[in-house]
Design a protein around this ligand. Structure first.
Ligand code: KG4
Ligand code: ZN
Length: 340
């Protein structure tokens, strides 16, 4: 089944064509980073305007790159939440119009479930596909969720962040360090190969599978500000100190994510671990998870499939459609949608 996926939940306008939930024929992502950069973060109003401008050209490009006409599309999938309401609305309305005009099923997808299905994309043979029960860490700009996937479409939320999401923490830390937006890639870049001179705190949230990253952010703020000097204003940290603090920050987030994910996997006797969401693009996290899994299969999609894309939305929709699920024409956006 050939599914056209559309994703407009946040600051990427994306469209993809995916065959049978696994094989990517095209995967186009138009980033809005430049439109938001001068504001140091995502401005919702600008995001929805950008989606309006980009969505049709992006869909057209996905069809062109796949060398496929609209008449071959067998279903249209779209992110229905969670995300920015105005942004989600652009994708959902375009998807509805296309599915209606083509006379094919419409499938609204939970963005978090979509992230998980990145793990099914481009598996070379079914043997490489994840087995259940599967422990999934979805770490993105808005979520840090430990989710147990017991089968296709069956989820149980085991733990989540009590305050900032991991990606949000990276973005805020980058801002404190003067590294700009988006923060995750910026921190990874300056921290590369740096042995941190200090250690920042880890919030273990013992006895739970929850996370907390706001204390780490405050600790970093104190380090950046330093002790006030008697002779006047504080000095901005040197470049070497910024690199060291970025490395210490990254180390702290990665250590907690890896340890708690493996703790959860052992707790539920998972048959495998999946790491997805934008933060799963982080090289140190990928490396540490692969190094510490103690024999458990660990699946981490390539970085471009960890960050927001529409191929994961099309993949997820395939498995829903295969179960006979589809949405009606009154499908609406759900900005605070949860999974499990
Ligand atoms: O999944 P995603 O693309 O969008 C959301 O659904 O939120 O995740 C975006 C988040 C941002 O906070 C970004 O800073 C973070 O993922 N991110 C990274 C890296 N690449 C993206 N964090 C750490 N290291 C990276 N290499
Ligand atoms: Zn996402």
């Amino acid at each position: 089944m050939l599914v056209l996926g559309i994703e407009t939940s946040c600051d990427e306008t994306a469209a993809a064509l995916v065959l049978d939930g696994r094989h990517i024929l095209s995967n186009v992502v138009a980033s809005q980073v430049e439109a938001h950069r001068r504001y140091g973060g995502i401005v919702p109003e600008i995001a929805s305007r950008q989606h309006l401008l980009q969505v049709l050209p992006v869909v057209r490009e996905a069809l062109e790159r796949a060398g496929i006409g609209l008449d071959r599309v067998e279903a249209v999938a779209v992110t229905r939440g969670p995300g920015l309401a105005g942004s989600l609305m652009v994708g959902v309305n375009v998807a509805k119009a296309m599915a209606f005009a083509l006379g094919v099923p419409l499938c609204g997808v939970n963005h978090l479930e979509g992230h998980i299905y990145a793990a099914w994309l481009d598996a070379r043979d079914p043997e490489e596909e994840p087995g259940f029960p599967l422990l999934c860490l979805v770490a993105s700009g808005g979520h840090t969720d430990l989710i147990l996937m017991e089968g296709h479409g069956v989820y149980r939320l085991l733990g989540r962040t009590r305050d900032d999401a991991a990606g949000e923490a990276f973005d805020k830390a980058a801002r404190l360090l003067g590294l700009g937006y988006p923060g995750g890639p910026a921190i990874q870049q300056v921290a590369q190969g740096v042995e941190p001179q200090e250690s920042l705190p880890r919030a273990w949230m013992r006895g739970t599978l929850d996370f907390s990253f706001s204390g780490l952010k405050t600790a970093l703020l104190h380090q950046v500000q330093g002790a006030p000097t008697a002779s006047g204003p504080r000095h901005a940290p040197s470049h070497d100190r910024v690199r060291s603090l970025a490395a210490a920050f990254q180390e702290s987030v990665v250590e907690v994510l890896v340890a708690k994910t493996l703790e959860a996997a052992a707790h539920v006797r998972a048959r495998g671990v999946v790491l997805v969401g934008g933060v799963a693009a982080n090289a140190m996290l990928r490396q540490q998870m692969q190094a510490s899994h103690r024999g458990l299969p660990v699946l981490i999609p390539p970085p471009p499939l960890c960050t927001d894309n529409a191929a994961m939305i099309a993949a997820c929709a395939f498995f829903r459609l295969r179960r006979g699920e589809r949405d009606s024409w009154d499908l609406d956006v759900t900005p605070a949608l949860r999974l499990g």
